[in-house]
Design a protein around this ligand. Structure first.
Ligand code: NDP
Length: 484
């Protein structure tokens, strides 16, 4: 056993030791530990133990509310188990793989998927226990089971029922199935984190966050990746210069990009998957033979099996739960936050919504987070960090192109120079041509996510180009390219 494997086993043992502590009521489907009878009472029942639900439950409990949280699976939700956390850990591993093969090839150092996934699972297990402990310390009663709302103030878990003054639905989203014949042959991002070994070749269908991140990570683990993107570019809601520079970087790293590619059919033959697609509206069908396909074509809000329609809950235009500005649904005792409602589907927005709502319902009305200027990152290589408006959005907002100016810099970072790579980084600022007020910052570099977090604050405080010119740069950094 290697030192590292021993470390992982140690972490697992520690995790399983702590996991024995937090008490969780288990309610099997259709059954109950206690005889059915009068429902229990609670101020607040939260359905869903992901980022949004946990944040709201802990905050409500800190205000003295009696809170129950129902989760049928592991606490932590998509972010911890099938999203941000395992993806970011794999991304670290993939970065090390590139550094190791570039700089330490003579020592034989390399990053291996099967080893990486063991470490990812150990960290995810540790985090799930931390979530449970935090809920327990806050005094939240945890109930494991499948929740349904049997009335506007009653949550049924098997034969058990809890009555609550208010109910919060934070049940998240699920990967959208690929809507073509044979679409079920494609894996989803949920499946990737369970892969014990990697396919030799992979077709990634989609051009959004998940498609880009997974294509970038998996190609660095040695998978031959083809991306089938139905738009003419990646990440269509991001600034076009970022999309173009990212596509060039991915192509230079061996990812094959097919734009304007509409997938029509998936078929299985002799252990391989054939992906048929049309390009640029032409009638001719192309096909790709790959060992596996991954569909990353969006995520659907998950709430249809909760019994909410019967209570008068309506859906919004995107298929999520319709809520007002205060996250209240059309059933007045039922609230909803996170991926199950329309808006930016990001872990930090879900947490901010949960805490704000819990403060409003059970504590003092808090200040609302700024959901208009939300920084966001894509953890590909090179990574993207972005906040505010793209050039196209700023022009549309201002009404005339001459009202908007941009400053774009392309450069090779010191880190890349050291690694012997000429991969270009990019920083782009979008600002008001007259006042100099910065409207958007867009970065492509592995340091981008860290830089953009602080830059979001500058934008909220109304930073102008003159502030950047009169702030002394920190050298040598990637961030200094924004200044001066
Ligand atoms: P996105 O909405 O980001 O992208 C979906 C992509 O799939 C688009 O390119 C879309 O193209 C394409 N698509 C949709 N339907 C089809 C189809 N039938 N055939 C081919 N392509 C199709 O969704 P993701 O699944 O990538 O991510 C889901 C959510 O998860 C995101 O909204 C994001 O907020 C969140 N997320 C955030 C991360 C982060 O913060 N780093 C990481 C991962 C996920 P078109 O534009 O033509 O519809």
């Amino acid at each position: 056993m290697t030192k590292r494997q021993a470390g992982v086993q140690g972490a697992r043992k520690r995790a399983s030791k702590v996991s024995a502590a937090p008490p969780v009521e288990q309610v099997p489907r259709g059954g109950s530990r206690r005889a059915a009878g009068a429902p229990r009472q609670a101020d607040f029942v939260v359905v869903g133990g992901g980022s949004a639900g946990v944040a709201a439950a802990i905050r409500a409990a800190s205000h003295g509310a009696s809170v129950a949280l129902v989760e049928r699976d592991a606490i932590g939700g998509t972010c911890v188990h099938r999203g941000c956390v395992p993806k970011k850990l794999l991304s670290y591993g993939a970065n090390w793989a590139a550094v190791l093969s570039g700089c330490l090839s003579h020592t034989g150092g390399r990053e291996d998927w099967s080893d990486a996934i063991v470490r990812v699972n150990a960290e995810v297990a540790r985090l799930a226990v931390v979530y449970q402990e935090r809920l327990q310390q806050a005094g939240v009663r945890m109930i494991r089971g499948e929740a349904r709302l049997s009335g506007p103030d009653t949550v049924a878990i098997g034969a058990q029922a809890i009555r609550a003054r208010r109910i919060l639905v934070a049940t998240g989203s699920r990967p959208r199935p690929l809507p073509v014949p044979g679409g079920e042959l494609a894996a989803t991002s949920d499946d990737v984190f369970g892969w014990q070994s990697l396919p030799a070749s992979l077709a990634v269908i989609g051009g959004g966050y998940i498609a880009v991140e997974q294509a970038s990570i998996l190609s660095r683990y040695g998978v031959k990746v083809d991306m089938l993107v139905r738009e003419d570019r990646l990440l269509e809601n991001f600034d076009r210069d970022l999309s173009t520079a990212l596509a060039e970087a991915l192509a230079a790293k061996g990812v094959r990009l097919h734009f304007n590619a509409e997938v029509a059919l998936l078929d299985e033959a002799n252990g391989a998957i054939e992906v048929c697609y049309r390009q640029g509206g032409a009638a001719r069908t192309h096909s790709l033979r790959v060992q596996a396909a991954l569909a990353a074509v969006g995520r659907d809000p998950h709430w249809r099996d909760l019994g909410l329609e019967a209570l008068g809950v309506q859906q919004d235009e995107e298929g999520g739960i319709r809520v007002d500005r205060n996250f209240r649904s059309d059933a007045r005792t039922v609230y909803a936050i996170g991926d199950v409602i329309d808006g930016l589907h990001l872990t930090p927005t879900a947490i901010a919504q949960g805490r704000w709502l819990a403060d409003r319902l059970f504590g003092r009305r808090g200040e609302r987070a700024d959901f208009d200027l939300v920084p966001t990152a894509v953890f590909c290589d090179p990574a993207i960090g972005t906040v505010g408006m793209s050039e196209a959005q700023a022009i549309a907002d201002a009404g005339k192109p001459e009202r908007i100016a941009t400053r774009v810099k392309r450069f090779v970072s010191l880190e890349n120079r050291f690694a012997g790579s000429t991969q270009a980084s990019l920083v782009k600022l979008v600002y008001n041509a007259r006042s100099g007020r910065i409207l958007g910052a867009h970065l492509l570099d592995n340091a981008a996510p860290e830089i953009v977090q602080s830059f979001a604050l500058a934008l909220r405080l109304g930073a102008r180009m003159s502030h950047l010119q009169t702030t002394v740069q920190l050298h040598p950094t990637v961030a200094e390219e924004l200044f001066g």
